[in-house]
Design a protein around this ligand. Structure first.
Ligand code: SAM
Length: 244
């Protein structure tokens, strides 16, 4: 039976979705490392473990320290990573192609999580471990130092300190049970999925979009990786040229 359209109440206009709602609706690509909360085997059991958020709540999980760490201590090398593409789950380790072609500059960008780019040319990597669950904070307690090169898989010592190898380092004294956080803009130039930061610290910068959107003076207060510093220098040069 046909419904008389004129008899239907006029629907209230629907407000346009907020950016946050848009992001939530967007289908997330699945990172290669996705632990099963019901059968979880920590990748670094003596160092940290995932605290899973409420089931069904996207991004509600975090990583907690399993023991105390002293400021400056290496928590672990970053190794056994996989090639990635720009995504909420990946970490940028080389500059963007349009930006300075330093000796570490990459070739073309990988197009999927599993694209087999040689390690020396990967611009984004998937951590492929519980480190994926380190949230962002504007006052972080660890740094992801991805200067140099990936730590060797053969390194047996979880806390190897060899220079020039990627590692996670304590930025402050960390107590057992503390949530581990790093500043995402210390690795990311222009993030795939900006988000409204909920770190709740006095230093909170609000929306986190990557280093491209942060003043150098603010970045000066943080550990920032070389590829970000290089891109920041080029950005300044370009801005100066535009003002001439
Ligand atoms: C690599 S995941 C980190 C783990 C994530 N919490 C989870 O449960 O899968 C990165 C995403 O976590 C969320 N996130 C991380 N730090 C955050 C923060 N300080 N405030 C709000 N959301 C955050 C964002 O959605 C971000 O895109």
């Amino acid at each position: 039976m046909a419904v008389a359209v004129a008899s239907l109440p006029t629907p209230a206009p629907t407000p346009p979705p907020t950016k946050q709602q848009e992001l939530k609706k967007r289908k997330q690509p699945q990172p290669p490392y996705l632990p099963n909360r019901h059968d979880y085997h920590p990748t670094h059991p003596s160092l940290f473990r995932i605290e899973f958020g409420p089931e069904g709540e996207e991004f509600g999980s975090c990583l907690r320290a399993e023991r105390a760490f002293a400021k400056g201590e290496i928590l672990c090398p970053i190794r056994s990573t996989l090639p990635g593409t720009k995504a909420y789950s990946s970490v940028q380790v080389l500059p963007d192609p349009a930006l300075p072609s330093s000796s570490r500059a990459a070739t073309s960008r990988p197009t999927s999580f599993t694209t087999a780019a040689p390690a020396s040319t990967r611009r984004h990597i998937e951590l492929n471990s519980d480190l994926l669950y380190v949230n962002h904070s504007c006052d972080p307690n660890v740094v992801f130092d991805v200067n140099g090169r990936e730590a060797e898989p053969s390194e047996q010592d979880e806390r190897a300190t060899s220079d020039g190898r990627w590692r996670v380092r304590a930025e402050k004294d960390i107590a057992k049970g503390e949530i581990l956080t790093f500043a995402y803009f210390s690795t990311e130039w222009d993030m795939d999925q900006p988000f409204h930061c909920l770190c709740g610290t006095k230093r909170c910068l609000g929306t986190i979009q990557g280093a491209r959107h942060i003043e150098q003076g603010v970045l000066d207060g943080y550990f920032v990786n070389d590829h970000i510093l290089a891109m920041k220098a080029l950005q300044r040069e370009e801005q100066e040229q535009q003002h001439q």
